[in-house]
Design a protein around this ligand. Structure first.
Ligand code: SF4
Ligand code: SF4
Ligand code: SF4
Length: 323
């Protein structure tokens, strides 16, 4: 089913959920104020439902709102977002009976930065971007150009393992398949090029990247796996980091954040996308995701009945300190 068909189904299902009193509000996407963008829409008014959209720009992982909102919610999720909900269920941050999951089988989200590079134009100069299965048609000054969709997807989408939601109540379209091995490798190119440079050079790379961090906390605030009521960076007795964004403290913030989201991060890519200074945060989060998988055979958000990764141990665990 195409996005238009899914959008229609979403609107009728969401309206029915509100009318029948099965949910108190709907969390979805509406068109953004800028071209080719969407913005979260949280509403309990059924007259707002016709504003809901599904298109290749529904980028946010809306599950981030679930641990803050009270009541019953109908929520629109893609594959990675649904895994974030499962992870929140495992951590008892969300009760399953309080959510109705409207699942979007996902074909990947378009990275406007890649589109701009590809056509050499700013997004304001682009007339149209249309996804048509595995192609994207970009129109600039009435010139239509076609490219393989893989050239404009976010890296995490290019290598997506589970684009169809893991957990849902209503599936809005047909199942979508995982990325090919070739695309999975391509999606890790940026990360691997960093892994393959000597440690001193890599240290220098991160030192200069974190020199640019302004500690806005967008990466933390947008992340559904970062849900502590009080983040360690706000502790004052003792302070873990200074409030001024020195590179050393910025690095400590990011290293500890990565440890806190280990086994909870679903590689949704939102932290990297939200960073206003374009620090390649996925090179850290995806690395942690792969280490957890390799060492513990665990991927976040796959099984709501399983124990939360960081809240469980077994006598057979390799670390002695745990016995
Ligand atoms: S990572 Fe997968 S499920 Fe998530 S937005 Fe990208 S393609 Fe969709
Ligand atoms: S989003 Fe970027 S600039 Fe803001 S705190 Fe995170 S790493 Fe730093
Ligand atoms: S750490 Fe980044 S990629 Fe992982 S769940 Fe949070 S926002 Fe998504």
């Amino acid at each position: 089913m195409k996005d238009g068909g899914m959008q229609q189904k979403l609107r009728s299902e969401a309206k029915a959920l509100l009318e029948q009193g099965k949910v108190d509000y709907i969390i979805g996407f509406e068109a953004g104020s800028l071209k080719f963008t969407t913005t979260p829409l949280i509403t309990s008014d059924k007259d707002d439902i016709d504003r809901l959209v599904i298109n290749p720009f529904i980028v946010n992982n809306l599950s981030v709102y679930l641990s803050e909102l009270k009541g019953r919610a109908g929520i629109v999720v893609k594959g990675c977002d649904s895994r974030s909900i499962v992870s929140l269920l495992q951590d008892n941050k969300v009760a399953r009976e309080n959510v109705v999951i409207l699942g979007v089988p996902c074909s990947g989200i378009i990275d406007l930065g890649k589109v701009e590079k590809l056509v050499g134009k700013d997004r304001d100069e682009i007339d149209d971007i249309i996804q048509d299965r595995d192609r994207v048609v970009i129109t600039v000054d009435e010139n239509r150009r076609e490219f393989p969709i893989r050239e404009v997807l976010f890296d995490n989408c290019l290598g997506c393992e589970l684009p169809t939601p893991q957990e849902y109540d209503i599936l809005l379209g047909e199942l979508t398949s995982a990325a090919s091995d070739e695309d999975k490798i391509a999606s890790q190119k940026k990360i691997n090029s960093l892994k393959n440079i000597p440690p001193e050079q890599r240290w220098e790379f991160w030192r200069s990247e974190f020199d640019r961090c302004i500690r806005c906390y967008a990466c933390r605030n947008i992340c559904p796996a970062c849900f502590c009521d009080r983040c360690f960076v706000e502790e004052t007795e003792p302070p873990w980091v200074l409030p001024v964004p020195r590179w050393q403290d910025n690095l400590v913030f990011q290293v500890i954040r990565n440890m806190h989201v280990a086994g909870r991060c679903t590689d949704c890519g939102e932290c990297e996308r939200a960073c206003p200074v374009n620090i390649p945060l996925r090179s850290l989060t995806r690395e942690m995701y792969d280490m957890v998988d390799e060492l513990f055979h665990y991927k976040a958000g796959m099984d709501k009945e399983a124990s939360s990764f960081l809240a469980a141990y077994e006598a057979t665990d390799v670390e002695d300190f745990i016995r």
